[in-house]
Unconditional design. Structure first.
Length: 436
């Protein structure tokens, strides 16, 4: 007997799921209505109704549908898990974690539940929770390559480099050509303070892909060199993955206030908001959110298309460019913008020798360049690549670059940029003015 014969709603549910995935929400609604008529108390209908509502932007409707599915089937793991995931997608992490942990206790051997719990933990930035569920997943599926890779990365992010390296070692022993594992072990050895131990892995990676910019970057680090710039491919992957949770994590979790502070400074300098602004590394558009509409154009530049998608929702930016900010500066014509901002972005760009003169060139007379840097010690090199994979800049060097570029005046403010592991990240904000 076929599954459809024993479950007459199955065909409708499969069809509705495909329609939702394609974005054909009108057809999906009709299909789900048919399914509901056939079986009014099928919780799966309401789960799919929730997915459809969320996709249409009706978040309250999505929560209502999921809660109704759980009224019908209170202990139904898929409904509980989807409710937890919806909370997580809305950055409501305490609720998401509470439900995810509950359903994981109810179904400790359900791989889908464990995968959902790991996803929620990553969204919430709770690596201890992620590691705990990843280990449980490996008890069920000891050889799973994806679980082992993810666990190794999370352990490395927590500073448990020896455990991470042990996992990478096992993966490489099984598959010596596993480039993800070779790169993971290389990164772990660099982060653990033993970059020279990663030289062999760097060589193997470059043999496999001689022109790969990410492999070249980590090869330089293994050889004790400081690359002048971080490859775009490395930053893009990072921020694509953070896009839908960035605002909540940065503003509420890490107390990131630079966009608000700089928006206030721009408004003080240009109270009529009659100006053009270039927002380098615009991310999810936080500067635009705090600045509001201006009488001019606000242009966003970011390498992450997913971050730009988030920024576009605010309806403040005139347009976006998905390019490397250094290329954007180099290719922009002279004297266009009254203000250029680069907030928490030069920490990934690295060397500013060309960026600051280019910014000076494309500012209008009297215009302002506003940017932040993490602070390197004054008795060290001008540019430092930290264990966080972010660059720190020596304040005196940045000041010298601004003066050399021709800026007439400069204000430099020491500030806490954000928190990390509940500790402040110290840096400075530069406001450099071009002569009128």
């Amino acid at each position: 007997m076929s599954a459809t014969a024993t479950d007459p709603n199955l065909k409708h549910l499969h069809t509705a799921r495909e329609q939702i995935a394609k974005g054909d929400l009108k057809a999906a609604a009709q299909t789900l209505n048919q399914a509901n008529k056939q079986s009014p108390r099928d919780p799966r209908v309401f789960l799919l109704s929730a997915l459809m509502a969320e996709k249409s932007g009706n978040i309250n409707g999505a929560f209502d549908a999921l809660r109704h599915s759980l009224t019908i089937a209170p202990d139904w793991a898929p409904g509980q898990l989807e409710l937890a995931l919806l909370h997580a997608r809305r950055n409501q992490f305490p609720q998401a974690i509470e439900i995810a942990e509950k359903v994981a206790r109810q179904e400790p051997k359900n791989p889908l539940v464990l995968a959902g719990a790991v996803d929620i933990a990553h969204r919430a930035g709770d690596l201890e929770m992620a590691v705990r569920h990843l280990r449980r997943g490996l008890e069920l599926m000891p050889g799973d390559v994806t679980l082992r890779r993810t666990l190794a990365r999370d352990l490395g992010s927590m500073g448990q480099h020896d455990q991470a390296i042990a996992l990478w070692n096992g993966l490489i022993e099984e598959n010596p050509s596993d480039e993800q594992a070779l790169l993971g072990r290389l990164q772990a050895r660099i982060a653990s303070g033993h970059p020279e131990q990663g030289i062999a892995d760097a060589s193997r990676l470059l043999e496999a892909a001689p022109h790969d910019p990410v492999y070249s970057y980590f090869s330089d680090l293994a050889h004790g060199k400081t690359p002048l710039h971080q490859p775009v491919e490395l930053s893009r992957g990072l921020f694509d993955g953070l896009a839908d949770m960035y605002d909540m994590r940065m503003v509420h979790g890490l107390k990131y206030q630079l966009p608000r502070q700089v928006a206030e400074k721009i408004t003080a300098l240009y109270p009529d908001k009659n100006l053009n602004i270039l927002d380098l590394g615009c991310g999810t558009g936080l500067l635009g959110v705090f600045l509001g509409e201006i009488d001019g154009f606000l242009i966003g530049v970011d390498i992450s298309r997913k971050m730009i998608e988030q920024a576009a929702r605010h309806g403040v930016y005139a347009r976006f460019h998905t390019v490397n900010l250094l290329d954007a500066l180099k290719e922009t014509p002279d004297a266009i913008y009254q203000v250029i901002t680069a907030l928490d972005v030069f920490i990934y760009a690295g060397d500013l020798t060309q960026a600051i003169p280019d910014a000076y060139r494309i500012l209008t007379p009297g215009g302002h360049l506003m940017f932040s840097c993490e602070a390197a010690t004054e008795n060290g090199p001008d540019l430092v690549l930290q264990s966080s994979d972010r660059y720190a800049h020596k304040r005196s060097h940045v000041e010298a670059l601004c003066k050399s570029a021709g800026f007439a005046s400069m204000e430099v403010q020491d500030t806490v940029l954000r928190l990390e592991n509940n500790a402040p990240i110290n840096g400075f904000l530069v406001i450099a003015r071009k002569a009128a």
